[in-house]
Design a protein around this ligand. Structure first.
Ligand SMILES: [Mn+2]
Length: 335
């Protein structure tokens, strides 16, 4: 049982609160923010939601009043320097707060972290709730509200929590799907949430650019290690040709993992000429967060990622070598 009272006490003490999630935010981070926001608002707090990157189009409908802001140095530094409490949701790693972290740290701001990512090397937060058995951070927010402020579990809040869980469990299909997920989903339907409509809004609105890019990716998949590892790269040039945005690639690594015989999929995304983002998915036989951790990233056993500096050709070579090495190590253990 999580000691939510501890978190509630910090919220009680604070007058102003900043909410955020990781860069390139996903449904879990955004849904968790929307749900917790309602609780904080009801408590009369001064709240700002600051993101380091833009809200993806498919989640715009969760923000009808434009409460999500992209953090800007000139606009937000003063406010952020004086905020009483920062709450990080689904962050994975404090570095994924971008430049905001420096401001928070310099001012000794109280930081509450609520997450379901593991923190194997410790954490710099005032209070850290990291429950790796939770399917999503949204599940933890549900648990918080259930214990602290059950009246807040309205249709609107259930909708946000449902989106958090639906997106992080691959619509209740990944192996992190648990009993509580389904209980929350059932309660959401009882509260009036139209789950089919939500699914349609989130997954039925791919841009043409995304599909064009997906076609290029499908055409360039590379199989290695007896077909157990599939990898692909997305270059700046491919992005330009498809006229795609960064969040258009969400789900591509899951798509590659779905191939028969594949155990692990890997995406290498060229951020700039000298820096890449790598993303792993595993069907369940291999833990891939060990690979991500080697490259100073993080994540779950079967979904993880990291940032790697270097030219894309070098990053690809280095990461594939390491991936195969770590897959082989795990095979020895299995056999
Ligand atoms: Mn999550």
């Amino acid at each position: 049982m999580t000691d939510w009272k501890k978190i509630y006490n910090e919220i009680e003490k604070a007058d102003s609160i900043m909410l955020t999630t990781h860069e390139n935010p996903d449904g879990d981070g955004i849904g968790s923010i929307v749900a917790l926001y309602q609780h904080l608002k009801a408590k009369g707090k001064k709240i700002r939601i600051l993101l380091t990157s833009k809200l993806p189009d498919e989640f715009q409908f969760l923000d009808p009043d434009n409460k999500f802001e992209i953090v800007e140095k000139t606009k937000h530094t003063d406010w952020l320097s004086n905020v009483d409490l920062a709450i990080l949701l689904d962050i994975g790693n404090y570095t994924r707060t971008g430049k905001m972290w420096n401001v928070i740290q310099q001012n000794g701001t109280t930081v509450v972290n609520i997450d379901h990512h593991p923190y194997p090397n410790g954490h710099p937060f005032t209070i850290n709730i990291s429950d790796i058995n939770a399917s999503a951070t949204g599940e933890l927010i549900y648990d918080y509200l259930q214990n602290i402020d059950p009246d807040r579990l309205s249709k609107e809040v259930y909708e946000a929590i449902y989106i958090a869980i639906m997106t992080d469990t691959g619509s209740f299909s990944y192996n992190n799907t648990n009993v509580l997920c389904h209980e929350i989903a059932a309660n959401a339907i009882k509260a009036g949430v139209d789950t089919a409509k939500i699914h349609q809004r989130v997954y039925g609105s791919s841009s043409r650019s995304r599909i064009k890019l997906l076609a290029a990716v499908a055409d360039s998949l590379q199989f290695t290690y007896d077909g157990k590892l599939v990898w692909f790269k997305i270059t700046q040039d491919m992005m330009k040709k498809a006229n795609a945005a960064k969040d258009d690639v969400d789900g591509f690594t899951d798509f590659a993992r779905s191939i028969k015989g594949v155990e692990v999929s890997l995406m290498v995304f060229e951020n700039t000429d000298n820096s890449c983002r790598i993303n792993f998915r595993s069907k369940g036989h291999y833990s891939i967060n060990k690979i991500a951790q080697y490259f100073e990233g993080g994540g779950h056993s079967f979904a993880a990622g990291a940032k790697v500096n270097g030219r894309i050709a070098d990053v690809v070579a280095k990461v594939i070598d390491k991936t195969i090495e770590i897959m082989m190590e795990q095979e020895e253990v299995v056999d």
